[in-house]
Design a binder for this molecule. Structure first.
Ligand code: OSB
Ligand code: MG
Length: 370
């Protein structure tokens, strides 16, 4: 138990190596909120996974900033002796906003673990010191560009390729990649771009032996996902639809998915993410670690989670250079065998480099008790 002295918020922006296009939009730069939570014993870091616009979810950077500044940070500074596990109760009066909450939960937990000298991976019950990595490829301008990107990532060692799809840019692209690479682990992610009337597209995709089809339908349509799952062979994986362990349990029990993408930021932080992992494991359903193009801070958090036992498929935990010419932290690197080391130092095991952090900061605000 410790008291929180201050919360420092920063809005940071980093160039991406190439624009990332999904069915809901294109990102040319990474922009996110970072929190540094300072306790009496240590300081910890949290990265908010929201983006510039409320497109992937209802949350976005400026909204997350305000929710943290006006509600979460004041509640935290007023909480007295507190630990990360208490924050669900401390934040109970704020409905929703899991990404904003995750930023603070993860940062406080990081501070606690740094004070104890214990790694996040060890705290979460990780069983591996390296994890298998996949890569998520945005919608490319042409089939040729896509094939080039796939070849490049496979040459680097990535163990699973995920293709973003949208109506009209789906079956033929998947066919081309599958013909070029008959044996790789291949999946697609629709980011909720289809409707139940599109079942023919998913029946056509059944021919390609995909590992999964991620979030084909609207994020609120869990029942329709169960119907679609009964109509196709390929396993459905849910991403946007899963905002908590309760959502995951319900979706699995309903037959809406057979695989779960765990993004700690989407479910309110690593503590709830561990519960998602647990409810899926109890039901014999594998999970894997999703990503939101995180900087090294969020990447370190994700890698610790991905080392837990029921993370049984390669995650979207790619190397720093797949995203950024220059990451905030020391770069995360992929080994030629397609694995990445799980940080083993105290807490998340990494920190932003001071000069890089300053160079990327657009805005900073220090929140303290008056
Ligand atoms: O749906 O998984 C997604 C990136 C931003 C928003 C949503 C998603 C993604 C990715 C990239 O697929 C995952 C990553 O490499 O971080
Ligand atoms: Mg997804």
């Amino acid at each position: 138990m410790t008291r929180v002295r201050a919360v420092e918020l920063r809005l940071v922006r980093l160039p991406l190596v190439r624009p990332f296009r999904t069915s809901f939009g294109e990102m040319a730069e990474k922009e996110c909120v970072l929190a540094r939570v300072e306790t009496e014993d240590a300081a910890g870091w949290g990265e908010c996974v929201a983006g510039v616009e409320p497109d992937f979810s209802a949350e976005w950077n400026e909204g997350a900033w305000l929710v943290i500044r006006d509600f979460l940070a004041p509640a935290l500074l007023d909480a007295g002796e507190v630990r990360a596990e208490d924050l669900e109760a401390v934040f109970a009066s704020v409905r929703g906003h899991p990404m904003a909450k995750a930023t603070i939960v993860n940062a406080l937990l990081d501070a606690e673990l740094r004070a104890e000298g214990r790694s996040l991976a060890s705290y979460l019950g990780a069983e591996r010191d390296r994890v298998e990595c996949g890569v998520s490829i945005g919608i490319a301008s042409s089939p040729e560009t896509l094939l080039e990107q796939v070849d490049g990532y496979l040459a680097e060692g990535y163990r699973r390729i995920k293709l973003k799809i949208e109506p009209g840019t789906d079956v033929e692209r998947v066919r081309a990649v599958r013909e070029a690479h008959p044996d790789i682990l291949l999946s697609v992610d629709a980011n909720a771009a289809y409707t139940p009337e599109d079942v023919a597209v998913f029946r056509a995709l059944d021919a390609f032996g995909l590992l999964m089809v991620e979030q084909p339908l609207h994020h609120e349509d869990v029942v329709q996902h169960a119907v679609l799952q009964s109509q196709i062979v390929t396993d459905i994986c849910l991403d946007e639809s899963i905002r908590s362990a309760a959502d995951a349990a319900a979706a699995i029990d309903l037959g809406a998915c057979r695989i779960v993408n765990v993004k700690q930021g989407r479910v309110g932080g690593v503590l709830e993410a561990r519960r998602v992992h647990d409810v899926a494991a109890e039901r014999g359903v594998p999970v894997w670690c999703g990503g939101m193009l995180e900087t090294g801070v969020g990447r370190a958090t994700n890698l610790a989670l991905a080392a837990m036992p029921n993370f049984r498929l390669p995650g979207d935990t790619s190397a720093s250079r797949r995203y950024f010419p220059d990451d905030l932290t020391e770069p995360f690197e992929l080994a030629p065998d397609g694995t990445m080391a799980v940080p083993s130092g105290p807490g998340i095991g990494v920190e932003p480099r001071a000069d890089r952090l300053e160079a990327c900061t657009l805005r900073r605000e220090l929140l303290q008790k008056e």
